[in-house]
Design a protein around this ligand. Sequence first.
Ligand SMILES: [Zn+2]
Length: 371
Amino acid sequence: MPLLRAVATAVVHLSHVDNPGTFALPYPDSAQSVLDSMVLTCLLLKAEPPRSVPQLVDWCTVRTVDNWVFPIPPGVAPPGSHLVDPTTRQPTQLCYEWADSDDTGLRRTGKENMDAVAMICREENCPDVYHAFRELLIKNPVLTRRELSTLASRGTGLELLQQQIQAVYLPAPAHHMNSRIGTFTACGRCRFLLHRTLEGALVCERDACRSRGPVRHGREYGAGDSGGVFLLIRPLRQWVASPGHAEMHLAKSLESAGATVQLWPSYGSYSLHIALPDGRSWAVEIKDWASGALLGRTAALPPQDPPYDRCVWAVPRGRVRAHHSYRDEFLRHSTGAARSGPDLVSSDDLLRAVRTIVAGAGAPFAPEGLF
Ligand SMILES: [Zn+2]
C-alpha cells in the first residue's frame, strides 16, 4: 500500500507540470524515487519493470489497480479501476484518494483553505458569508477574471474573503482547452471544466457525472473572455464542491420530509445537522469516494458543535450499488476509536429513515438493516 500510495502521489504531482512537452531529465526527486522503488519491486518479483517515468505513467493508464505486479489488499480499489484515466491521461478520482490517503497531500491543503475561511468568518461573526463561500465553490467552480473581481458587489459579503478566493481560483489549465478554437466547456451537470480525451471528445472528471450518462455540455468560455478563465483548485473541487452538490440536494429533501436541517453548521463542523421531531439530532457527513476502504481510513467523529446524538456518513446510492462490499470495506478499514464512530449508509437510505421517523412509524434508525 505505501508503494501504491507513492505512485499515485507521483502521478498527481506530474499532472501539475505546466507543460509536459518541456519535461526533461532529471525527473523530479519524488518521481525518480518512485520509479526506483517500482523497478526494485519488479526485479524482486521477476517481472518486467517500467524503464522510465513515462513508462510508469503508461503502466498506470493501461493496468487496472487490481492487476499490478505486486498484490494489494482486497477491496482497497474498485475492480477495474485505474490511477490514470485512459481517455484523458489525467489522474482519476481514485488516484487523488490514494495520493491523499496519508492525509499529508492535497486534501490537507484543501482543508487548510477551508479552515482559514472558517476562522475568518467565525472571528467576524459572519455565518452567512461562510455559507456564501461554500455555495460559490459549488455553484461557480469556474469564473472569469471579471466575475472574480465583481464578486464583492453582489451583496454576499464575500469581499471579506477576497484574498482566500483568489488563492483557490487559478488560471484554467491548458489541457481543458480546445486549442484549435481556444475555448473551454463546462460540464452541464456540475459546472466543472470538462476534460478533453485523446480523441478530442469531452468528459467530466467526476465519477458521479459520468455515471449519469452521456456528457452534458454547459457554458462555453473563450480563453480570453473577460480577462481569462479561472478554475477552482482540484482539492476543493473533489473534497468540497463535488460532495456539496449532494449536500444541498439532500438538505432540501430532508427539509421536505419534515426534518429541520442546518447546512455546514458552526462554520463547517460537518455537512448537515438534522433535528428530528422526536428530539434526537444527527450529524451527517456527505462523502463520495471511489474506494470504501480508503474512506474508512479517514473515518472519525466530527466535533460536537453543534451537539448530536449519532453520526452517519452518507454516500451516493450508486457507490454502494456498484460495489456491494463498499460498506464492509469502509467498516473493515475504520481503525481505532473510529470503530465506534460513524456508520455508513446511502443518502437514499438516510432520507428513507428520516421519512419513517417523521411519519411516526416508530421504527428505530438501524443502518445495518438499511442495506
Ligand atoms: Zn460534471
